[in-house]
Design a protein around this ligand. Sequence first.
Ligand SMILES: C[C@H](O)[C@H](O)[C@H]1CNC2=NC(N)=NC(=O)C2=N1
Length: 115
Amino acid sequence: MEALVKQKCTACHKDAPRVTEAEITELKPQIPDWNIVEVDGEARLERTYKFPDFQSALDFTNRVGAAAEDEGHHPALLTEWGKVKVSWWTHAISGLHRNDFIMAAKTDQIATEAS
Ligand SMILES: C[C@H](O)[C@H](O)[C@H]1CNC2=NC(N)=NC(=O)C2=N1
């Protein structure tokens, strides 16, 4: 399987498939620092990144935003002094799609490049 970080998002529509438990087991090792959480009854991928100040947190937020625009798949971003919480899920299906795993891997790559 091609690494998640090299994959492209596909267009999401309301009939797009959610990831299965088997796919989660296969994909999750590529994004080991992400948690699968349930918010309002929907599964999301969540990770909080730490930074030394607000400006670096904001720069990271903007880089993740640019990657989201490139791929047409968008996160929730909560930027605070010294940290950014990133959440990925697919609104169209109220759950997790392969796109979310791809974007989580790309977010990790952005964080690595920034540090
Ligand atoms: C038309 C456009 O591609 C869709 O509305 C996209 C935009 N970005 C999106 N982002 C996320 N996270 N979930 C979606 O369902 C979604 N839909």
